[in-house]
Write a protein that binds this ligand. Structure first.
Ligand code: FES
Ligand code: FE2
Length: 466
């Protein structure tokens, strides 16, 4: 007999709401131990003064004390796969050139000429064998040593060390290139901590191809945008017509690892808000929604969409996804059901949201837009996990899209576009303007469902108050 979900569940009584664990316990195979182990945290304020979002002064504090000290993902290793490939990463009014100087060595330099301060590079490029200023032609080799000072004789007392480009801390992890503006920064491993290193390291991102990367300026503070991707509290209102019918929003489990956090929301399970729903209805809504977008074809081609008497929607979706993805990703038989199907992701402090579940291989990164506290650059990247040992194609570069274009218009991120448009319309375009009203003095955060936001602010405070 098909399971009927949500029998006896009352959304106003948390003791009646099942846990995520109840579902993975019914799955086939066991999830890796790290997904079972909880790392609960209960830190961070439940009230955050609105100035944290609306004040240029607080932004300046963040620039000095957070962004100039924290490790941040500048790009993917595969954005710059060949020696001489480079890319500019901007954060606030600071700018960094990331360049591959050898097959296994990437360096990061401040993006400014040491003669009269000209910005050296813009965008991204290839086949660079020196860094040359466009103004008076000073140039550096790819190790940062000065190569040529035009009219060297005219700079008598300037020695080569003074005009050496500073080698910023730069290292790689899980296919990402991380940089730090602080020369005295602790190691990236130390910043991420052993749990994140192990868990994100276990994910397939070290062998992933970035298939799409689109960016848009959003008129809200970067943190207000980031909040939206680290809580599942808004699904009932914002995503009622898209993902709610197959996402157990109120079942989401949040775990905390220092400044970082993890969420796991079960897919293939309806929201408790929807009342009693049977397995078949969950499957039907999943197939009509996510499947079409993932596969990019009109209708599913599998033999039957009717569940067998002993089959759950989660199992069906899981088998279906694994079969579909194994064509591109290689054998997925070792992957647990929860890793295959669930909305599983990490918030890497302060601004990187990596979804590690196979069903949703995407990443969102957000940073201040230039030096403006009231707008941000939101980037959405989708990935294809490749079989181990496979040579990865060059990543698709970032493409800016106009602010007034929808995510759906952008085309490249099909399966994400609808929920992102829902987020954008319901909140991202409205939140900054709302917050600026004088009656808003602070934001109020839920203890549990907004725990990751609380954790984020707790650690931002640690930086800015240090
Ligand atoms: S400012 Fe760069 S060479 Fe003069
Ligand atoms: Fe959302």
């Amino acid at each position: 007999v098909a399971q009927v979900f949500n029998v006896g569940v009352d959304v106003d009584d948390p003791s009646t709401i099942p846990s995520y664990a109840q579902y993975w316990k019914m799955d086939r195979g066991s999830p890796p131990a790290f997904l079972i182990e909880r790392s609960e945290g209960d830190i961070g304020p439940t009230r955050v003064p609105k100035e944290v979002f609306t004040s240029a002064k607080f932004h300046q504090l963040e620039m000095e004390k957070l962004w100039k000290r924290v490790w941040q993902a500048a790009c993917r290793e595969n954005d710059i796969p060949d020696v001489g490939d480079w890319l500019v990463y901007d954060i606030g009014d600071q700018s960094v050139i990331v360049v591959r100087v050898a097959p296994d060595k990437i360096r990061a330099f401040p993006n400014a000429c040491l003669h009269r301060g000209n910005r050296l590079f813009d965008g991204a490029g290839s086949q660079c064998d020196q860094i040359r200023c466009s103004y008076h032609g000073w140039s550096w080799d790819l190790n940062g040593s000065i190569k040529e000072m035009t009219c060297r004789w005219d700079f008598g007392d300037v020695d080569s060390d003074l005009v050496r480009l500073v080698d910023l801390p730069c290292t790689t992890f899980a296919g990402w290139v991380f940089i730090n503006l602080d020369l005295n920064a602790d190691s990236l491993d130390c910043f991420l901590g052993p749990d994140i290193v192990a868990q994100v390291g276990h994910s397939p991102y070290h062998r992933s191809w970035k298939a799409a990367h689109i960016a848009k300026v959003i008129p809200c503070n970067w943190k207000a945008m980031f909040h939206n991707v680290i809580e599942f509290y808004h699904l009932e209102t914002v995503h009622r017509n898209s993902v709610l019918s197959y996402t157990g929003d109120l079942l989401t489990q949040y775990d905390f690892y220092g400044p970082h956090s993890r969420f796991i929301a079960p897919f293939g399970v309806p929201s408790p808000y929807l009342g009693e729903v049977d397995e078949q209805a969950v499957l039907d809504s999943f197939l009509s929604g996510i499947h079409r977008n993932l596969v990019g074809s009109e209708e599913p081609e599998h033999e039957s969409t009717k569940l067998g008497p002993e089959q759950t929607a989660r199992q069906f979706i899981c088998d279906f996804l694994k079969a579909m993805l194994s064509e591109r990703c290689g054998d997925l038989s070792h992957v647990s059901d929860t890793e295959a199907i669930d909305a599983l992701g990490y918030a890497i402090f302060p601004n990187l949201n990596i979804w590690t579940g196979y069903v949703s291989p995407f990443v969102i990164r957000v940073r201040p837009h230039g030096n403006d506290h009231s707008s941000c650059l939101m980037e959405v990247m989708t990935f294809v996990h490749m079989p181990e040992g496979h040579k990865l194609p060059r990543d698709v570069p970032m493409r800016m899209t106009p602010s007034d274009e929808t995510w759906t218009d952008a085309k490249d991120i099909a399966n994400l576009a609808l929920p992102l448009d829902e987020d954008t319309e319901a909140a991202l375009l409205r939140i900054q303007r709302g917050m600026q009203n004088d009656n808003v003095r602070e934001i109020i955060l839920a203890s549990y469902h907004e725990g990751a936001i609380r954790n984020l602010h707790h650690h931002i405070n640690q930086y800015v108050e240090a």
